[in-house]
Ligand binder design. Structure first.
Ligand SMILES: [Zn+2]
Length: 418
């Protein structure tokens, strides 16, 4: 059975295998969309929020949200995320091109297409290796990419975009997509499009997805938000690709977004998979990730973090300590909303001045995002590290810039770091 494009609303069946054998493993309450920050006017108006529960499919082991928000609402024109915002992330995104060039052979000036290409940072890596690059990005971030000279089509990746590319470009030898298996609700449209645009003999399709093992092992429940419809082990990715005639030939664990898996697939049945594929599958099985027991305790552990973190912050607050947040990645919205960390507890969130979120407010919790220079000037007592997944870098940078207070790491276990 093919995969159906997920319709906005409540999920009734597994999003990739259609099984009805799906059940709830975690309830994070309701939350606003994490990349739809609010203006001052918005926070005095009625506010939209959506259910946020994590389900698990017993048949194919896919973890998935219980509710699909329309992609057009999630990835709106003013979507404020720029992938090239930090040097760390830039380096990680350039690792995709290094990986491709080091592991596979290509013709002269081959075409690479990146789906969901954001500001073109990933493609810049390929350009250095003399690839012809093409991005597809629906939000206004596409304009930034085009300005930088990374050719980008500002559209959703749908049938008409596919036809346009087919008409105007040669077949791609590489198609990349970071987080597309999580982001795109129309998986069927995506996979058919990739299949039609990829060179069937030498082409590779490289995807990077947040790895479900890390989400469980490291209590990364904050990465559960409406942009991420699905969380993958390797096994369901193989199933998804197989349905469209793709064979997985390599799988590598990478550090991006605090633990992702890079999976490479081809339409050429003669290429042999690398040993890493079987190795990772065996590891998932041995560690019990195909077994319900593994997931039973997760919800309770997450609840304990909520209580501990909230209590820790209130204790500080009652001693008149000033607490601010640092970094406002998408995941911070889930953490703040679920743990009830509102503007009563946190004075503001400090972000670098290149951030598109400055002077906006977080949905649900209504904390203002401001230039980090203000924080350095005011020297609050504690900084809650909301981009804790890059915690060491964040702390070192702020210390270098002159912050003298203490840091609070919220996850995997709330703790104070001097
Ligand atoms: Zn399933």
């Amino acid at each position: 059975m093919t995969i159906l494009d997920a319709k906005p609303g409540i999920i009734q069946k597994c999003q990739i295998c259609n099984s009805k054998n799906i059940y709830e493993i975690l309830d994070l309450g309701h939350s606003g969309l994490c990349d739809s920050l609010l203006t001052k006017k918005d926070i005095n108006s009625p506010e939209k929020s959506y259910p946020l529960k994590l389900l698990r499919c017993k048949k194919c082991h896919l973890l998935q949200l219980n509710f699909v928000v329309d992609n057009k609402e999630v990835f709106h024109l003013d979507y404020p995320y720029k992938s090239g915002i930090t040097k760390t992330l830039k380096d990680l995104l350039h690792s995709t091109s290094r990986y491709c060039v080091n592991n596979f052979k290509f013709s002269h000036k081959p075409l690479v297409i990146d789906i969901g290409s954001n500001d073109g940072t990933l493609l810049e890596g390929f350009k250095k290796h003399d690839f012809k690059v093409l991005g597809v990005e629906p939000t206004n971030i596409a304009k930034l990419a085009n300005k930088k000279g990374i050719k980008t089509i500002q559209k959703y990746f749908d049938k008409s975009t596919e036809n346009y590319i087919k008409k105007n470009f040669k077949k791609a030898e590489i198609i990349t997509g970071t987080n597309i298996f999580a982001h795109i609700n129309k998986l069927n449209t995506l996979m058919k499009g990739v299949k039609n645009l990829l060179d069937s003999k030498n082409g590779i399709f490289v995807t990077e997805s947040h790895y479900a093992v890390n989400i469980l092992d490291e209590m990364q429940f904050d990465s559960i938000y409406h942009e991420h419809l699905r969380f993958y082990l390797l096994k369901p990715i193989i199933l998804l690709l197989k349905k469209y005639g793709f064979k997985v030939i390599d799988a590598v664990k990478i550090p991006n977004y605090a633990g992702s898996i890079r999976v490479t697939a081809t339409l050429n049945k003669n290429i042999k998979p690398k040993p890493s594929v079987l190795k990772i599958l065996n590891e998932e099985k041995r560690r019990g990730f195909y077994n319900s027991k593994k997931y039973d305790q997760y919800g309770r552990k997450v609840e304990k973090i909520k209580k501990d973190l909230n209590r820790m912050l209130w204790k500080m607050k009652l001693k008149n300590k000033r607490i601010v947040g640092v970094g406002c990645p998408g995941r911070s919205i889930t953490l703040l909303a679920y743990c009830n960390i509102t503007n009563q507890l946190i004075d503001y969130i400090a972000e670098q001045n290149s951030s598109l979120k400055l002077n906006m407010f977080t949905p649900t919790t209504h904390i203002k995002v401001i230039d980090e220079k203000y924080m350095i000037k005011k020297q609050p007592d504690y900084a809650l590290v909301l981009s804790w997944h890059y915690g060491k870098n964040v702390m070192n940078n702020l210390k270098k810039k002159g912050f003298k207070g203490k840091f609070i790491m919220p996850l995997p276990k709330p703790r104070i770091v001097n």
